[in-house]
Design a protein around this ligand. Structure first.
Ligand code: UD1
Length: 360
């Protein structure tokens, strides 16, 4: 069996690494080809992550880089098509909901190559989010849908997707976290950053709705006020960094940094008092680790994390940051049961399904 894995962004690498590894073991005679679209290209966003995750070197680098949605999607499709002609895969595997995901799924399906989607069925029901469009289109055309939470089943049924395409396998991002746990528990990133474990907030912000407009300066003002009470560590995503150039961000206790490697990031996350974010993956990692998470968005495609009790939706409203210290005071610190099948073995279940395809 020939499988092409198309990855392009930081969260893609985390979600796909355990799947590549499980399938390489399960199908040792298969051809496993990694295509890196280059949507994320900075060393700290790509190379460092791939190395830490043990992802083999990609065979094809498409180097699509940044651009508008149309440019990025079109460039990926144009550059992927000849690769798929050359590789003639039996299956194209795509993770998540980024532009690389959508572009790869569309390219493959138009060549009549079956597509498998890792992390299928998430819905925010907010079509102003580019990721929501990417999820809907990818799920419509993928033949094999790998679901990470039970709520995805209802979402897909509501779109008329047949049950036999759905496989509830669990969360491959949590597979990676479980596999790295010994390393990140020993990393001591908080101490290296000069803060006391358990006594700081970790912040990540990168969604266009928050960082591309007037909400960013207001958010930084609120973070500065929070930092007067406890240190705030804020590794800044390149999109946010560009927008921060105009924002006054020099405040005592507000510790800005470059994007971090995944081991150091998970170490900081696991030792934090709480996290403030607009990321999807971080809502999941905090649920698994039992860390309070405050999400600066109006909605989430991961309501399972809210039901688990770790995630609180603050709304797309920076003034809500001021309420975090009092919300934390009432927090029990208990680690909830993780959602079903968030157990470190999702990729093995995906490998079971794919191995079944290869034998039919
Ligand atoms: C993308 C995904 C988003 C995901 C996020 C994870 C889409 C529509 N968005 O958002 O769903 O949550 O990745 O990080 O696919 N840039 C660099 N260096 C890089 C990459 C980006 O400087 O290595 C800068 C560029 O200025 C670029 C901007 O960041 O224009 C945005 O990058 P892009 O890949 O378009 O979207 P993200 O915001 O990273």
């Amino acid at each position: 069996m020939r499988i092409v894995y198309v990855i392009g962004t930081r969260p893609n690498f985390v979600k796909t690494a355990p799947v590549i590894s499980a399938l390489q073991k399960r199908l040792p005679d298969g051809r496993h080809t990694i295509v890196h679209t280059g949507q994320h290209y900075d060393r700290l966003m790509s190379e460092v992550f791939l190395a830490e995750l043990g992802v083999p070197a990609p065979t094809h680098m498409l180097e699509v880089g940044s651009g508008s949605h149309a440019e990025q999607t079109a460039r990926t499709m144009e550059r992927l098509e000849p690769v798929l002609i050359e590789e003639r895969p039996d299956l194209v595997m795509v993770p998540g909901d980024v532009n690389s995901t959508l572009a790869a799924a569309l390219t493959a399906v138009k060549m009549n190559i079956p597509v498998a989607h890792i992390e299928s069925g998430l819905r925010s029901f907010d079509r102003t989010m580019p990721e929501e469009i990417n999820r809907i289109v990818t799920d419509e055309f993928a033949e094999h849908l790998f679901l990470h939470s039970d709520e995805a089943i209802e979402n897909l049924r509501a779109e008329g997707i047949a049950e036999e395409r759905m496989h509830f396998v669990g969360n491959t991002m949590i597979d990676t976290l479980v596999a790295l746990e010994d390393r990140f528990r020993a990393a001591g990133a908080a101490t290296k950053a000069g803060v006391e474990p358990g006594a700081y907030m970790l912040v990540t912000l990168h969604r266009p709705a928050l960082v591309d407009g007037p909400l960013l300066p207001e958010t930084v003002k609120q973070l500065a006020a929070l930092a007067a009470e406890m240190p705030v560590i804020f590794p800044v995503h390149p999109r946010t960094r560009k927008m921060m150039e105009e924002v006054e961000a020099d405040h005592p206790g507000l510790l800005l940094s470059e994007p971090l490697g995944y081991i150091d990031f998970l170490s900081l996350l696991a030792d934090s008092a709480a996290v403030l974010t607009d990321s999807g993956g971080i809502q999941e990692e905090t649920t698994y680790l039992g860390i309070p998470c405050f999400t600066l968005r109006d909605n989430t495609e991961r309501p399972v994390t809210v039901r688990a009790g770790t995630n609180t939706l603050l709304g797309l409203d920076p003034s809500a940051i001021a309420g975090i210290p009092s919300a934390l005071a009432g927090h029990t610190g208990e680690r909830p049961e993780p959602p079903p099948l968030w157990d470190g073995r999702a990729a093995e279940r995906i490998a079971d399904v794919v191995a079944g395809l290869s034998s039919t």
